[in-house]
Design a protein around this ligand. Sequence first.
Ligand code: PEP
Ligand code: MN
Length: 343
Amino acid sequence: MVIIMNPDATEKNIEDVMDAIVSAGLEAKIMEGSQQKIVGVIGDKTRLASVPVDAMDGVEKSVAISKSYKLASREFHPQSSIVDVDGIEIGGDVPVVMAGPCAVESKEQLFEAADLVKKGGAQFLRGGAYKPRTSPYSFQGLEEEGLKYLAEARERTGLKIVTEVTVVEAIDRVAAYADMLQIGARNMQNFGLLKEVGRCGKPVLLKRGLAATIDEWLNAAEYIIHAGNPNVVLCERGIRTYETYTRNTLDLSAVAAIKHLSHLPIIVDPSHGTGKWRMVRPMAFAAISAGADGIMMEVHPNPAKALSDGPQSLTPEHYSEVIEGIRKLSRFMREMGLAEQIG
Ligand code: PEP
Ligand code: MN
């Protein structure tokens, strides 16, 4: 349930409403709407039955939230959220780009990738040190050594680091090196992991599960927010369908759906979404046109030699072209007033 306060409600009115909610054994969260303050209520709302909130001073009305997720819903938080990752805003006017190799393979490979990612103008360097591979015989990642290279690449370039954490035991280690923690598709419903990243204090990039519905995905985000971390960014990375030409089916309609259902920023990963480097550019452009707050894409100094996901990794040349196109397209959309039409 959310309680919408009158635009002229006083601080005292808001405090009284929050006290009444807490006294009924529920949680209260205050949010700034565009015109008025909104108090969110979490917990069993039947406990509020004996509290006449609608009659309290300063209250305009109370509205029940119909969804199973609350904190992630737009009903709960009408204004779009901006997630700040150490000074870089995700969800603001300018789309962010997170680029880098699938995996950190060596210091040389990562530094080469980091330099070209930086040169192209991306804000984030991506790269897995813990790789969730389908086969146990595939390259599993350099683990802490990889994290150290990522931190060194940040020193070298100023790029923010986003990297995946696959197990609860590694959260503190990954958080010590990274600016943003990635929860991969395979772990989207690893609820223990979601709760712990919710407690760790670093912003989280939550990828959509391999076959997750939008409702399941937003409930996964709810776990993180409810555990105390509101800094969640969603990432559409394709879902499993009957199509075999592409690695996954990139669901760009999810961008519009999420914008309607949730206040959380959403970025799109056309690399994992298609599995084919040639499709990264058109799908990245389509994602920006659909209102995505950013793009995640894989780029490798030499994709033919990549230890994972070479076929979907851009060469340095193609990467420069794609990022330049993203920049032009988003500028065009802002200048033509199109961005706000789909916002
Ligand atoms: C990745 O980004 O490296 C990755 C493994 O992606 P996903 O979890 O979307 O498969
Ligand atoms: Mn990959």
